[in-house]
Design a protein around this ligand. Structure first.
Ligand SMILES: C[S@@+](CC[C@H](N)C(=O)[O-])C[C@H]1O[C@@H](n2cnc3c(N)ncnc32)[C@H](O)[C@@H]1O
Length: 287
């Protein structure tokens, strides 16, 4: 195993460790420890609300857009070790910081999506960014996807809960695996935008992900990805993507996010690791 493979294996174990630690139920406060795991840039505010069944929902709001509201719930099931390393429960662990930043970026740039068709790939158990486009702007179609069936089932429940607040003409959720062309060929050149967060570290699926994006984007379509470096995995993805797309990588794409990043680096009470938590913005343009 070379140095990078060892680092990547340790990243995967870190994700599983976080999932196991997360066995505390939704709503429970972090146990008091001297260091806490970094979970959020706090770009949006969230309130917890209970539904009639006693399930906890997280209601996202954004002070700059008072009319915006999106409600999500996490999967409450706890996964055993076999399920965690099977296909692919990394999106059922939490909303990762990259998804949070993508959500914020989509809100700030929501006018881009008006009357457009958008697909989120690998959105995990909430597809929060795609949901946010669906609830904040008059998009034509928003398709929320992940390869994990439990995640997509949860997203379908989230869509029901948000139904009255959807502004997009059509929002749906479906299972879409990048390594199964039969699950995306029906979306051939359909989308103006593809969005995705923290999906670049799967060595075995990187080529498939590039192929999926290339197939489902319209000519001149744009894919916006937020992803932490996670050692060389982001770079490896960009190298493959450059064969098909114009690729740009931005580190300082937003003053607010950059400021939060610098403050998190300075905050010694949180485990903040730039390599795992600070998402770069990667833009792929189909020529
Ligand atoms: C780290 S999670 C990110 C989830 C979400 N975007 C977030 O940031 O909170 C990676 C996601 O990629 C999905 N995934 C991994 N391999 C996939 C594949 N071959 N096809 C489709 N989705 C896949 C997983 O199911 C998971 O939800």
């Amino acid at each position: 195993m070379n140095k990078f493979d060892k680092q990547k294996a340790s990243d995967r174990w870190e994700i599983l460790r976080q999932a196991i630690l997360k066995k505390t139920k939704d709503g429970e406060k972090h146990k008091k420890t001297s260091m806490i795991e970094f979970v959020s840039f706090n770009l949006l505010t969230t309130d917890q609300v209970l539904d009639n069944n006693g399930d906890v929902w997280h209601q996202y709001q954004y002070s700059s857009i008072p009319s915006f509201r999106a409600r999500i719930k996490h999967i409450s099931k706890s996964f055993n070790p076999e399920e965690l390393i099977g296909f692919n429960n990394t999106g059922n662990v939490c909303v990762w910081p990259a998804e949070e930043v993508l959500t914020y970026w989509c809100l700030e740039n929501r006018e881009l999506f008006r009357e457009k068709k958008i697909c989120e790939l690998g959105g995990g158990m909430t597809c929060l960014a795609g949901l946010t486009i669906g609830t904040s702007c008059e998009a034509e179609v928003v398709t929320l996807t992940d390869g994990n069936e439990d995640s997509v089932q949860n997203v379908k429940e989230i869509l029901k809960e948000n139904d009255k607040h959807l502004k997009a003409s059509q929002v749906d959720a479906s299972v879409l695996r990048w390594d199964k062309p039969e699950e995306y060929n029906n979306f051939m050149e359909m989308f103006d935008f593809v969005i995705s967060a923290d999906c670049l570290f799967f060595d075995q699926y990187r080529e498939d992900l590039v192929k999926t994006i290339n197939t489902i984007l319209k000519p001149k379509g744009i894919c916006i990805i937020f992803a932490p470096k996670r050692h060389n995995t982001c770079e490896e993805f960009c190298a493959i993507a450059k064969r098909k797309f114009e690729v740009t990588i931005d580190e300082r794409y937003d003053a607010v996010v950059w400021d939060k990043h610098i403050k998190a680096l300075e905050n010694s009470s949180e485990i903040y690791d730039e390599n795992r938590h600070y998402p770069l913005k990667i833009t792929l343009t189909k020529t």
